[in-house]
Design a protein around this ligand. Structure first.
Ligand code: GUN
Length: 284
C-alpha cells in the first residue's frame, strides 16, 4: 500500500477562497471589514517569517491587518497597554501575539490580557475552557487545522483510536479535546510516556506534535493509519521535516500530511477563519 498524501497547501488555498467571498459579503452587506492585529516582539527570524505570512494571507482574503512590531526590550507593561488599547479598538476583531515572547515577558499574563472575544489564537483560558466543555468559541488554529484536514479528507474519526504525541497548550492538549469532541477514543502521549512505540502502534489516527525531527519511525505506525504530522523541524542539512519519518511511513499508511505543505498552511487559514468569525460576531 502507498498512502495518500494530504495536500494541506491546496486545502488551505480553497479555504482562503471561501473566506474571501465571506469577507466580501460582510463588507458589502454590513460595512464591516474584518481586522486582525498582529503583534511581534523582538527579532526571532522564524517568528518574523510567520508574521509576514499571516499578514500576506490577510491581504489575500481582504482582512485588514494592523501590524505592531516591537523591539526585544519592550516591557511587559508596554505590551499589556497595547493589548488593552486593541481590546477596545472597534476595527480590530482579532488580536494575535506571536509566540514565543522574549523571556522577560510572562507569556500567560499576556495571553490572559487579550479579550476572549478577540482571542483568535484560542489560547485564553476562557476559550480553552469552552473547548474543554464542548462549546467552543475560538478554537486554537493548528489543532483546528488538523481536524479540518481529517474532515476534508473524509477520515472517519468517531469511534477510532486517536493517539496524540505531545501535550503542549498550543497543539497537543487542544487537539486531543477536539478529537474527543468528534467521538474518538483518545490517548495523549508525552515525554514521560512509557512504551511510546506500543502506544503509537495502536493509533488509527496519529497526531504527532513533538518538535523532534523524524522521531517516529515508520515501523511504529499501524498499517492503514492516518497520520497528521504537526512538526516543522530542520534536519542537520537544513531541509525541513516533520516528527514522523515520512519516507518510511508513506508505504504503510492510508494517508499522511507532508512537511512542508501539510498542517502548516492550515494554521494560517484557520486564523483567518477565526478573524472572520470575530467580525461576524460584531454584527450579530
Ligand atoms: N507560535 C507558534 N505557533 C503559534 C500560534 O499558533 N500562534 C501564535 N500566536 N504564536 C505561535
Amino acid at each position: 500500500m502507498t498512502g495518500n498524501i494530504i495536500d494541506g497547501k491546496e486545502i488551505a488555498r480553497q479555504l482562503r477562497g471561501a473566506l474571501r467571498s465571506q469577507v466580501q459579503s460582510l463588507t458589502a452587506e454590513h460595512a464591516v471589514t474584518p481586522g486582525l492585529a498582529v503583534i511581534l516582539v523582538g527579532s526571532n527570524a522564524a517568528s518574523q517569517l510567520y508574521v509576514r505570512m499571516k499578514k500576506q494571507a490577510c491581504a489575500e482574503v481582504g482582512i485588514t491587518s494592523f501590524s505592531h512590531e516591537l523591539p526585544d526590550d519592550t516591557t511587559e507593561d508596554a505590551l499589556l497597554s497595547l493589548i488593552y488599547t486593541l481590546n477596545n479598538h472597534p476595527a480590530v476583531h482579532g488580536i494575535l501575539v506571536q509566540l514565543p515572547l522574549p523571556p522577560h515577558i510572562h507569556t500567560q499574563r499576556i495571553v490572559e490580557a487579550i479579550s476572549p472575544d478577540k482571542d483568535v489564537d484560542g489560547f485564553h483560558p476562557h476559550n480553552m475552557g469552552l473547548l474543554a466543555t464542548g462549546t467552543p468559541l475560538f478554537r486554537p488554529c493548528t489543532p483546528w487545522g488538523c481536524l479540518e484536514l481529517l474532515r476534508v479528507s473524509g477520515v472517519e474519526v468517531a469511534g477510532r483510536h486517536a493517539v496524540v504525541v505531545g501535550r503542549s497548550n498550543i497543539v497537543g492538549k487542544p487537539v486531543a479535546l477536539m478529537l474527543l469532541a468528534e467521538h474518538a477514543t483518545v490517548t495523549l502521549c508525552h515525554s514521560r510516556t512509557t512504551h511510546l512505540a506500543q502506544q503509537i502502534s495502536q493509533a488509527d489516527i496519529l497526531v504527532a506534535a513533538i518538535g523532534q525531527p523524524e522521531k517516529i519511525p515508520g515501523a511504529w505506525i499501524k498499517p492503514g493509519a492516518v497520520v497528521i504530522d504537526v512538526g516543522i523541524n530542520r534536519r542537520a542539512d537544513g531541509t525541513l521535516c516533520g516528527d514522523v519519518c515520512f519516507a518510511e511511513a508513506l508505504p504503510r499508511v492510508a494517508a499522511i500530511t507532508p512537511v512542508p505543505g501539510g498542517v502548516g498552511p492550515m494554521t494560517i487559514a484557520m486564523l483567518l477563519k477565526n478573524t472572520v468569525l470575530g467580525a461576524e460576531r460584531c454584527i450579530a
